[in-house]
Design a protein around this ligand. Sequence first.
Ligand SMILES: NC(=O)c1ccc[n+]([C@@H]2O[C@H](COP(=O)([O-])OP(=O)(O)OC[C@H]3O[C@@H](n4cnc5c(N)ncnc54)[C@H](OP(=O)(O)O)[C@@H]3O)[C@@H](O)[C@H]2O)c1
Length: 291
Amino acid sequence: MIFVTGAGGTVGGELVKKLLALGVKFRAGYHSSAKAEEAKQRGVDSVAIDFANPEALQPLLRGVDKLFLISGNIPHQDELELNVVREAKKAGVRHTVKNSVWGAESEAFSFAKVHRPVEREIEASGVTYTFLRPNGYMQNMSSFYAQTIKTQGAFYLPAGEARISHIDVRDIAGVAAKVLTGTGHEGKAYDLTGPEALTYSQIAEKLSAATGKKVSYAAISDAEFKRAMVSSRAPEEAADAIIELLHYYLSGQASRISPAVRQITGKEPISFSQYARDYAASFLQEARAAG
Ligand SMILES: NC(=O)c1ccc[n+]([C@@H]2O[C@H](COP(=O)([O-])OP(=O)(O)OC[C@H]3O[C@@H](n4cnc5c(N)ncnc54)[C@H](OP(=O)(O)O)[C@@H]3O)[C@@H](O)[C@H]2O)c1
């Protein structure tokens, strides 16, 4: 059986949909008990889990052979994920598929510095693994920048004209579903990207075309970005981590296109234009979205 952690999250939620469509046996782990209950009502074999309470995972992992491991950018993410890796090994899980990050191997920015040590411990643990290393999610636009796009027709980042081969999370889920239900992916680390590398100015143009309203990108300074994040109550470290990531993007290291989505799923990766059309309502004020 497959066990999906982070089932209520951006990637995990899409993976649950893919596995339901495939009709395979899986269990979905939600941090929020309300989400676990709601999924149960929909007929999903779901449980509430907390990576900070690893002993409670033991009975839930019994009979599981493949684990999808993901958590958000939360405090002590590395320790929490390693708790799960240890419990999975004890429970006899054969294969762990970890959602990591593009450039993890570089350990050049905060997110990579969190993910690579977890990858290293998984490698050293002797369990079979596959690492998924996605580039920035297209869905970051609808999750994090939709609010100012709705109210001001603009989004603001200290990213200059960096080119990034963003990926749609539905493709990450598609790859995860293939890896979890197939073979031949053992001991591999897959770089995952969309089909093209775009600047945020090009992203703004595509959002304008999809929504039928003008969307602009304003390149701001690191200090302006940090001030805005902190004033919206984000922790200072979260702002710093994003700024570091954007510096990595600016160094040109996030513009490569990987063939992995096509090779693993047999389908072309979703383009940003397609994502923008599918999520257009997220960028429009409620009245427009409804009408
Ligand atoms: N955003 C990007 O562009 C990007 C790109 C590459 C890699 N990544 C990596 O991808 C991951 C984020 O993926 P995502 O956007 O799918 O995350 P997400 O939407 O934040 O989902 C993470 C899930 O983790 C669960 N969770 C939180 N604390 C937990 C705990 N203590 N125990 C068990 N589960 C817990 C949450 O459950 P509930 O929903 O039930 O609360 C949530 O569903 C991060 O590791 C990030 O570094 C992100």
